[in-house]
Design a protein around this ligand. Structure first.
Ligand code: ASP
Length: 355
């Protein structure tokens, strides 16, 4: 009798042990959705109207609109802000970055999706790429058409972003941006069309991967230091230093460079012509600001290529930094973080080379 009972318990235990891995395999990854606004949460008066308002739909509505995503991950949402991304600001950035770092540190969170407007997604992605301290997937997504539009692109973009965030292979590739079936790296994407659904390209370094109906393919890792490998931290940071971008053009003078410094800019990024060039008058004004301690970076308004030191301008003599492969808007984000500490110019240049 005792033998029979023991055998029965042993069988029950064995069955339980055998089903454990199956149960674990069935458990969906946990993905937290942080909504910030943008056209993906936008609404128009009709489904064929060009005029619309960004940031109208809340995170719960966004989740409810794509019930299919629940098959990819256990989802929960939080509203960080509900703004048009042209209104993105430091307060939201700091709140968002801190919340991502908290969530990413939780053992039960496997990935994070951030919904955002397309106008400034490349800046927010690059900022997060520098201050998020985790290798877990952090995936941003957006839409060009409001949620109410005919053929809205938001729902599939969102579904794909959840698929990527739930995929362990997305880990360690830096902050990703998933739009229109493509997976971009935070440091490589740029918006190329004001209205087309296929607006984002990674024209210099190519895609990180592609995603079709939630299933991803990955081609490469991040370029430059990012996330867990980044030296930048927001610990104790309550404000970011002001850095302005000034665009170079024919017949440029130094007025806007001087105005930026007068407005309190600690750094100035030039969206230069060609290889980060600017007129002689503007060079003079910039060098004068550099000699007063404003950190001056030469980037380019050209979409691909690098800006290297000492090509047509003598950066060593003029006291300038060359932006390397950073666009003016990326250079601004990187410089703001670099200027959180007092550094010699050589160290600022190292940062532009390494990130
Ligand atoms: N202006 C909108 C925004 O960035 C555009 C979009 O999301 O597509 O919020």
């Amino acid at each position: 009798m005792i033998r029979k009972t023991q055998a029965l318990w042993a069988a029950v235990l064995l069955a339980a042990l055998l089903t454990l891995p199956a149960l674990a395999a069935d458990k969906l990854p946990c993905v937290v959705v942080l909504a910030t606004g943008g056209t993906i949460a936008g609404a128009a008066g009709s489904d064929v109207q060009a005029a619309y308002t960004s940031g109208q739909v809340g995170v719960e509505q966004l989740l409810a609109a794509v019930p299919q995503a629940k098959k990819l991950a256990a989802l929960r949402g939080e509203q960080i802000s509900n703004i048009r991304s042209q209104d993105m600001n430091d307060e939201v950035w700091l709140k968002l970055a801190r919340r991502i770092n908290q969530l990413a540190a939780m053992p039960d969170v496997d990935g994070i999706v951030i919904t955002h407007g397309t106008d400034t997604i490349e800046e927010t992605a690059y900022f997060l790429n520098l201050v998020v301290k985790s290798r877990k997937p952090v995936v941003m997504t957006a839409a060009m058409r409001p949620a109410t539009a005919l053929s809205a692109d938001g729902p599939l973009n969102f579904f794909n972003a959840v698929g990527v965030a739930a995929d362990t292979r997305a880990a360690g590739r830096g902050v990703l941006v998933v739009v229109n079936d493509w997976i971009h790296g935070a440091g490589s994407l740029t918006k190329t069309s004001t209205t087309a659904v296929q607006t984002f390209l990674s024209p210099q370094s190519g895609l990180i991967g592609t995603v079709a109906y939630g299933k991803a393919e990955f081609y490469r890792g991040p370029i430059g230091r990012s996330t867990a490998d980044s030296e930048f931290t927001l610990d104790g940071v309550t404000a970011l230093p002001r850095v302005d971008i000034v665009m170079a053009h024919e017949n440029m003078d130094g007025a806007l460079i001087d105005a930026a410094a007068a407005a309190g800019a600690k750094g100035i990024v030039i969206a230069g012509v060609g290889n980060g060039n600017l007129t002689e008058a503007a060079v003079k004004a910039l060098a004068a600001q550099a000699s007063k301690g404003v950190v001056c970076v030469r980037a380019s308004r050209v979409i691909t290529g690098r800006v290297s030191r000492n090509v047509e301008l003598d950066d060593d003599k003029l006291g300038f930094i060359a932006a390397s492969d950073k666009s003016p808007q990326e250079a601004r984000v990187l410089l703001r973080l670099a200027l959180l500490k007092n550094r010699p110019l050589a160290d600022v240049q190292r940062i532009f080379n390494e990130y």
